[in-house]
Design a binder for this molecule. Structure first.
Ligand code: ATP
Ligand code: MG
Length: 755
């Protein structure tokens, strides 16, 4: 078995598997078999070196990668027990479930997702009477996340004196509120584990002794707090093996530090560095093209990568008139491939921003091509699913205020905002929202009718809580959905809806609840507890529900594609301002990261790669005219084929992205937010504003206003000019405001000042 295991590896891979020293760095390009070497090393340790599986921890970037690794190990190990194979977050949860009491939290803690986080921040800002226009909850969330990624508690932030004291104070309050609710957000999972190991020597030593081997994949994307965690977990007897590719570092914007991998041999002096140079994944054409793109990066360690694979077909370059055309091309081509016998699960379509997916989805649907999309609204974040889960969360952890507040009036029990406000004020004193309900009842704080309703709610929760002891939790969930009226109300809506649309929505929501119950049954039948289930759900990303055996096309952002491979890949929207994203106009480092992202995308492809760009694209309801991405110009012409590629290559000289008004717009809103608001704006505006050209609209009488200019309005705050039309007194300006979306104003009265 073991010799077979080594036979399937090349020499440097074998070296990585057999290495017995303390620190090993496997640094190599895409598709060179790093992950394969890591998996085989784990199998070797267990089989040949008799390391007990529980003394090995392998960390990967996504749950999907972890599941795949577990599967491969099962195949390699047979009957042996599996080691820990998990993401950083999941590993931390396991440690914290055992140890968190040292930090003053209870073991039953809840994990808050981004939605819960925002809700909590919103209520905190409201309490502090800070209007959202002065500080957006999202901005505060990203401040807090970034501090946590750097491993900084509020106290540490204060000591550093680098951030705004007001923000730090809010961060401190937020942490306090989480602790009261016995809840942790994602960032806390890592931060608190680090804090635990730093503060409690005995615990750190115990865990250091436990793990003889730590193996970390995709190491280039670790951030400071993750790196610190690895350092704290590595004791004198620990063997560390880290694997990665600096060319694939694409999470700098989320705090990843590529210096972790590049400086690894400085921190671990006796590091053995193994390099893999043979790519097994892609055709020579694809590999050469991807290398040509990433080679342009200014600050890069030179790396060799070659392949024995055939050249294969040239890369197809497609120029489309607009985004709809591009989507049609993708769908038609996939249809054609399908007719030729190509399996749909072997095809992936990537894009830079989530907002691009909508037209692609429509085109695939119109050709009746099944697809699975990742990165939209997560299943577990959908309203009805989240509502249902919050009932269970509230029962498991009554201190979980976010959960209780979400369900106290869902479905409606006629409890008003004023009543909820009064109860909320008691929360800190009572230790959560549910205890605050009891306190409010005892202290006769509420009027007769509200008190009656709150009492009924509390009694209902007590009753469910009793049932939790004896019922399997899927059964409990079903009873909750029925008895609270949640499911019956949806059923009624589905039957009596006046429009087809609302009927479909209600039906879809019921189907989601059914799917939720089915998932619970499955989990419970494998002897999983409710606590395990909630934990798994909290850490789940969309990617995890991906079942590769199902016949459908995969749609995802370039960021989620990392580590994966597909025989056929489409990368769409290869345009200046979109990819590279306008955000990268800020500096060389951001542009380098976009280039690496392009390299990651291209190297996912095994046999066939399609790159496409559109001459114009509808963004935020207006047409953007983007020139082809500079990355296309970096690919040697002889590797390309397809429509009009020569003109593309000739015209796509690198140019400043600031000429696109998209750049100005995206500056104002963070990309994720921009994606959401883009959809919101589109659905709000009845008729998409079209114009022939984004330039040459500045006039003397516009007071210097031009398309893309930033402006400020007395009431609506900052915005960006989207359109100018009409003349004289009737001249109108359309502005996209952060606060309220799109507004059309008479220029004369608009009172806009340059922002
Ligand atoms: P990435 O940088 O994208 O994460 P990677 O370096 O981790 O890539 P793997 O995913 O481990 O690469 O391997 C890429 C492909 O090459 C896989 O399909 C893998 O099975 C195959 N492969 C790796 N090593 C070998 C080998 N020695 N012989 C044959 N195939 C191999
Ligand atoms: Mg890999």
């Amino acid at each position: 078995m073991t010799t077979e295991l080594l036979d399937s590896l090349n020499e440097p891979q074998q070296q990585a598997v057999l290495y017995e020293g303390k620190a090993l760095l496997l640094l190599a390009g895409a598709g060179s078999g790093k992950t394969r070497a890591l998996t085989h090393r784990v199998a070797h340790l267990i089989h040949r070196r008799d390391v007990p599986p529980w003394r090995i921890m392998a960390v990967t970037f996504t749950n999907k990668a972890a599941a795949e690794m577990r599967e491969r190990l099962e195949a390699l190990l047979g009957q042996e027990k599996l080691p820990w194979v998990a993401t950083f977050h999941a590993s931390c949860v396991r440690i914290l479930r055992q140890e968190i009491e040292h930090l003053g939290y209870g073991r039953d803690f809840t994990i808050y997702d981004d939605q819960d986080q925002l809700r909590l921040l919103r209520s905190l800002l409201k309490e502090r009477k800070i209007p959202e226009k002065d500080l957006k909850p999202r901005a505060l969330a990203s401040f807090i996340d970034s501090a946590k990624n750097r491993g900084l508690t509020p106290q540490a932030c204060a000591r550093q004196q680098m951030d705004d004291p007001g923000l730090i104070e809010l961060y401190r309050l937020y942490q306090q509120r989480l602790k009261q609710g016995n809840a942790l957000d994602f960032g806390d999972l890592l931060l608190l584990t680090v804090q635990l190991f730093e503060e409690v020597d005995e615990v750190r030593r115990r865990w250091q002794e436990r793990f003889a081997h730590l193996l970390i994949d995709e190491f280039q994307d670790t951030n400071r707090v993750q790196y610190r965690l690895i350092q704290l977990l590595s004791g004198p007897g620990t063997h560390l093996c880290v694997v990665g590719d600096d060319d694939q570092s694409i999470y700098r914007w989320r705090g990843a530090e590529v210096s972790n991998i590049l400086g690894f041999d400085r921190d671990y002096a006796t590091t053995c560095i193994v390099r893999l140079e043979q790519n097994y994944r892609s055709t020579r054409t694809i590999l050469d093209a991807a290398t040509a793109v990433v080679e342009k990066n200014s600050d890069r360690r030179d790396k060799k990568l070659w392949t024995d694979n055939p050249s294969g077909q040239p890369i197809h370059l497609e120029t489309s008139a607009d985004d709809l055309d591009e989507a049609r091309f993708v769908a038609t081509e996939i249809s054609r491939l399908q007719r030729q016998g190509q399996a749909l699960r072997d095809i992936a379509v990537f894009y830079r921003t989530n907002a691009q997916s909508r037209v692609l989805e429509e085109a695939l649907r119109s050709q009746r091509l099944p697809y699975a999309m990742f990165g939209g609204v997560k299943f577990y974040a959908r309203q009805e699913v989240k509502d249902a889960l919050c009932y269970l969360r509230a029962l498991v952890n009554p201190a979980d205020s976010m959960a209780v507040q979400r369900i106290v009036n869902t479905p409606s029990r006629g409890i008003g905002a004023a009543t909820l406000g009064k109860i909320a004020e008691l929360q800190a004193q009572a230790g959560g929202f549910l205890p605050a309900c009891r306190m409010a009842l005892e202290s006769d704080l509420l009027g007769a009718a509200p008190a009656r309703r709150i009492k009924a709610f509390v009694a209902m929760m007590d009753d469910f809580s009793k049932r939790m002891e004896r019922l399997p939790y899927p059964q409990l969930m079903a009873e909750i959905l029925q008895e609270t009226g949640y499911a019956p109300i949806l059923q009624e809506e589905a039957q009596q809806a006046l429009t087809t649309d609302s009927r479909e929505v209600a039906k879809g929501r019921l189907a989601n609840l059914e799917q939720l119950l089915a998932g619970m049954e499955e989990h419970a039948s494998a002897a999983g507890s409710l606590q395990d289930y909630l934990e798994q759900v909290a850490l789940m990303t969309d990617l995890d529900q991906h079942d590769p055996s199902i016949e459908r096309v995969t749609l995802m952002t370039l960021h989620s594609a990392k580590g994966l491979e597909y025989p056929i890949v489409f990368i769409t929207g290869m345009e200046e301002g979109l990819f590279p994203h306008s955000r990268s106009a800020n500096g060389v480092e951001d542009l380098d990261e976009e280039r690496r992202l392009c390299y990651v995308g291209m190297t996912r492809a095994m046999t066939r790669l399609y790159l496409s760009h559109a001459r114009r694209r509808r963004v935020y309801g207006t047409w953007q005219f983007n020139s082809p991405s500079r990355f296309l110009a970096d690919i040697p012409v002889h590797l390309l084929a397809g429509q009009q590629n020569e003109s593309v290559v000739r015209t796509s000289k690198p140019q400043s992205t600031t000429s696109h008004n998209l750049a100005a717009l995206a500056d104002l809103v963070a990309p994720e937010e921009a994606e959401v608001s883009a959809q919101a704006v589109e659905s709000r505006s009845t008729e998409p504003t079209r114009q022939s050209s984004p330039v040459a609209v500045s006039r003397a009488d516009d007071g210097g206003l031009r398309l893309g200019a930033r402006v400020r309005h007395l009431k609506f705050g900052p915005g960006v000019v989207r359109r100018l039309e009409g003349s004289g007194d009737k001249r109108k300006v359309t502005v996209y405001f952060n606060s309220v979306g799109t507004k059309k104003l008479l220029l004369k009265f608009a009172g806009l000042i340059p922002g």
